[in-house]
Design a binder for this molecule. Structure first.
Ligand code: ATP
Ligand code: MG
Length: 413
């Protein structure tokens, strides 16, 4: 195995500037965590984490002394983390730490200058490597070999590591979904099973972050199946009754859409009781936007069917918006167990791409100009004209709609 590794971001000017600033104080500074793992795989990294034996105040002083913008969050400095912003790139700089006390949810940490100690508190061997700017990999626990073998393995004894932080159960399945090959580590799986009941003590936000990343894996289904057999999925998502639906959705996404964790979650829970979307959105503290999307996809007001004609499709695209329409097309398609309607479903996706829904041209001002007083009647009339316009396949122009409006007002008086 080669001893060194190089990724493009390692030599980017912004990375150099941050590393040089931190090294100027004499510290041994290294890249840590996910970016090292991803560099070894030749994958791009979204965030770059840097470890240093220097304490946060010194990190802040060194960065500011070099003119690099910094950010800190409340408790970040106490916890040892400073963010550096350079040329639009973010670097999280964390002082080497060891856990002093843990309770399954939070850790009290102490700073250290021992790289091995910092690696030992990390969750999995593949996440516990560090990398110096010259490309030297420091691998205290066999992470490199595990990465190659697709073996997601805890650093240390799985049961002990899970007792320190129960979130590691979910992280185990998340990393297995992303980097695992073949059967999951047997000892880890046993420990996850035994501790599954501790999952409800975790905060919704932390669960959400792990589950969304798990659902974003290339194919999350094998890992979810293992979670189900281990009794873990029931603790985190008892609504997950649609594994086969999700499996078909993943296959369809490969042909026609980008993977999408909310859409995938919708497939997984759509067969559960009708409020499942809202229940999960609340429990996992999804953003208002994501929650609304999940609800719209699990309990749609109108759902596409393969026999819709062009006019009916345009009507749905207008009512749902093209994004939601596309999501529902692939979700409905994924409910089918054969490919009989593939041509029809694909043509609906093409319609959604090609057709731009017109804007409804009648306004409240038009109504007032016709002497219709403000009030609930305005909304009713507008909706009636809009329904008619949609029914006419958006053909009637503004003048025709005003005529229709006059006729409606006439019949109501
Ligand atoms: P991703 O690319 O998906 O963000 P990552 O490896 O960066 O993957 P993060 O959750 O961002 O994962 O965590 C960064 C690093 O911090 C991990 O690689 C791991 O070394 C360490 N880590 C994070 N959470 C924990 C935890 N709960 N227990 C132990 N170590 C952790
Ligand atoms: Mg990360």
């Amino acid at each position: 195995m080669e001893r060194t590794v190089h990724a493009p971001w390692m030599t980017a000017p912004s990375t150099r500037a941050v590393v040089d600033a931190l090294t100027a104080g004499g510290a041994d500074v290294r890249f840590v965590g996910g970016c090292v793992r991803d560099a070894l795989l030749g994958r791009e990294s979204s965030d770059i984490d840097i470890g240093t034996p220097d304490e946060p105040e010194r990190v802040l002083a060194l960065l500011e002394g070099s003119g690099i913008e910094t950010r800190t969050v409340p408790r970040g400095v106490a916890h040892g983390t400073v963010t550096a912003l350079a040329e639009g790139n973010r670097y999280e700089i964390t002082t080497l730490r060891r856990d002093v006390q843990t309770d399954g949810r939070h850790a009290e940490v102490a700073f250290t200058d021992d790289w091995r100690e910092d690696a030992a508190r990390r969750d999995f061997t593949i996440n516990a490597m560090s990398l110096t700017a010259d490309g030297t990999v420091h691998d205290y626990f066999g992470g490199r070999a595990d990465l190659k073998a697709g073996h997601v393995r805890f650093v240390g004894d799985p049961a002990t590591r899970i007792a320190e932080d129960h979130l590691r159960i979910l992280r185990f399945f998340r990393f297995h979904a992303w980097y695992g090959k073949g059967e999951p580590d047997a000892a880890a799986l046993e420990a996850c099973k035994a501790a599954a009941h501790t999952i409800p003590s975790l905060s919704g936000e932390r669960v959400q972050a792990e589950m969304m990343k798990l659902l974003a894996a290339d194919d999350p289904v094998p890992a979810l199946n293992v979670m189900q057999d281990a009794g873990v999925l029931d603790q985190v998502l008892p609504e997950a009754q649609g594994m086969a639906h999700l499996a078909r959705l993943v296959a369809i996404e490969r042909k026609v859409a980008q993977p999408d964790p909310i859409r995938r979650l919708a497939a997984l829970i759509a067969a559960a009781e009708s409020l499942a979307g809202k229940t999960v959105a609340d429990r996992w503290r999804l953003s208002a936007e994501e929650g609304a999307r999940l609800t719209a996809l699990t309990t749609p007001e109108f759902a596409p069917a393969p026999d819709l004609d062009g006019r009916a499709q345009r009507c749905l695209i207008y009512r749902l918006g093209p994004e939601c329409f596309r999501d529902l097309v692939v979700l409905e398609w994924a409910k089918e167990t054969n490919d009989e309607n593939e041509v029809a479903w694909r043509s609906m996706l093409e319609t959604a791409d090609a057709w731009e829904a017109p804007t409804f041209p009648v306004s409240g001002e038009d109504m007032l100009a016709r002497g219709i007083p403000e009030g609930p009647e305005v909304g009713d009339l507008l909706r009636a004209v809009e329904d008619w316009w949609i029914e006419q396949d958006f053909e009637p122009d503004h003048a025709a709609m005003l005529e229709r409006l006059d006729a409606l007002v006439g019949t109501r008086r």
